[in-house]
Write a protein that binds this ligand. Structure first.
Ligand code: FUB
Length: 450
């Protein structure tokens, strides 16, 4: 085989094997992802998260985190997330400690035609807990050319770059207690050095531990947000200002605490809606193995942010061909959810399903002539029952009906299908209703339309 042919085959194998997440919350389940910074470049939404793994020794990582590298993800429909693979490994940080497992929250920004990726790492000179490095690329997914040294005079975690309308660029970063925990510095036009001395950010509550700086601008208001551990545990909070360097006027909570561990966020506008990206560890039940999630947020007329309680349903509008994880429901009656056993995939199942119950899942797109068949991944250790797909409400128009029989056990999963009885069009809330005799009927992993 000639060299060119071989090269193309290898390139095709690479692209075919890139894992795609097909999920609601969390956004991907094939790996653990934390600290998601979402950015929109040329109509594509990119996520720059960190990566949690298992297996560090006592001397590796810090604060119980085991974080070896950075992946980048992209999406255009908020449902399917493409994993572009590892973009920086801990042992390729030119100024970093080898096997540090300390690759904490990163970020990326576009200036002109270049993309600048900022990340914290443990320096081999041991001059600080974390230093901040930067890499440059012609593409939002790299490859990046990594600067040989960390940014001089910057010490701290969670770097967050921001470019104002006048072209001035700033770097927010830091974590800790007391005045001066979070800092801001103006970046020079090369984006690789800071001007002058970093300043402590003023106007945010002084009590508690703070980290996860994130700045955005909307209608000429500078919104500076952070995560704070106070008596209510980890909350995402914000303040506003008419100056990117503050002082900020404290506004309160964006997302209340979602459990006993960290939260770290970013806020972005995509296709006319605003989204809060954050993380949580319900997939692993271990607060150092986190998964990125997202929910839509809205603003009041005065510009304040309507506080958001984390949802399972998350964002995006699945369409024909997408897996619909019903266990990421809007409402669930006469059923429960639990984690799938590892050998059957990652994620959850709906179980303890009883007759007269249903699961509601909002915002599914039906396109003319594109869905003729309903498929469900189900199991049943009983005599089964009927699974019906309705729109609008549990007694709304019936689209399809599957008769589920015993599959050989509650852990014996099968894909069963039925043709659509009726068609519908547009974005609909769906209701999968459970019918059958007394007792448990079947379990559901996911459904899809084709
Ligand atoms: O992921 C490691 C650290 O945990 C981040 O840098 C913090 O913001 C917190 O999420």
């Amino acid at each position: 085989m000639d060299f060119i042919k071989k090269k193309w085959i290898l390139i095709m194998i690479f692209f075919i094997s890139i894992p795609k997440g097909i999920a609601q919350n969390p956004l991907v389940t094939h790996m653990y992802t934390a600290d998601p910074t979402a950015r929109v470049f040329d109509d594509v939404l990119y996520i720059y998260p960190s990566h949690d793994v298992k297996g560090c020794t006592e001397n590796q990582g810090s604060n119980g985190f085991c974080m070896p590298d950075y992946h980048i993800f992209s999406t255009t429909d908020l449902i399917n997330y493409k994993d572009h693979g590892v973009k920086l490994d801990q042992n390729d940080v030119p100024w970093g400690q080898k096997d540090m497992f300390g690759m904490w929250a990163p970020d990326c920004i576009k200036k002109g035609n270049k993309y600048y990726y900022y990340y914290p790492g443990m320096p081999s000179d041991k001059s600080a807990f974390r230093r901040v490095g930067v890499g440059v690329s012609d593409s939002p997914t790299g490859p990046f050319t990594w600067e040989k040294d960390y940014i001089k005079d910057v010490q701290g975690i969670d770097p967050n770059p921001f470019i104002d309308d006048d072209g001035k660029a700033y770097l927010y970063y830091g974590g800790g207690k007391g005045t001066g925990a979070l800092k801001v510095a103006e970046l020079k036009s090369n984006m690789k050095e800071i001007k002058g001395t970093p300043k402590s950010i003023k106007g945010i509550p002084e009590d508690g531990y703070r980290e996860a700086s994130f700045m955005f601008k909307k209608n000429d208001i500078y919104y500076f947000s952070w995560a704070r551990v106070n008596q209510n545990n980890y909350e995402i909070e914000y303040g506003i200002s008419d100056n990117p360097m503050g002082p900020f006027n404290y506004q309160g909570v964006i997302m209340p605490n979602i459990g006993n561990g960290t939260n770290h966020h970013s806020i972005v506008e995509y296709k006319g809606k605003w989204y809060l990206f954050y993380h949580n560890w319900s997939l692993s039940n271990h607060n150092r193995l986190r998964s990125m999630r997202a929910d839509e947020i809205t603003f009041n007329e005065d510009g304040s942010i309507v506080p958001k309680v984390a949802t399972l349903r998350g964002i995006g509008t699945p369409k024909a061909g997408d897996l619909i994880q019903l266990d990421r429901y809007n409402d669930l009656v006469h059923a429960k959810i639990s984690l799938l056993k590892e050998q059957y995939g990652k994620g959850w199942q709906i179980d303890h399903i009883k007759a007269y119950g249903w699961v509601q899942f909002n915002s599914v797109l039906f396109e003319k002539g594109k869905q003729n068949k309903l498929t469900a991944r189900i199991s049943s250790g009983s005599n089964g029952g009927i699974l019906e797909l309705h729109t609008d409400n549990p007694k709304g128009p019936l689209l399809a009906k599957i008769e589920v029989t015993n599959t050989g056990g509650w852990d014996n999963w099968k894909e069963v299908s039925a043709s659509f009885i009726n068609q519908t069009e547009g974005v609909k809330n769906i209701f999968v209703t459970f019918k059958g005799p007394k007792g448990y009927l079947y379990n559901i992993d996911w459904i899809k339309f084709e």
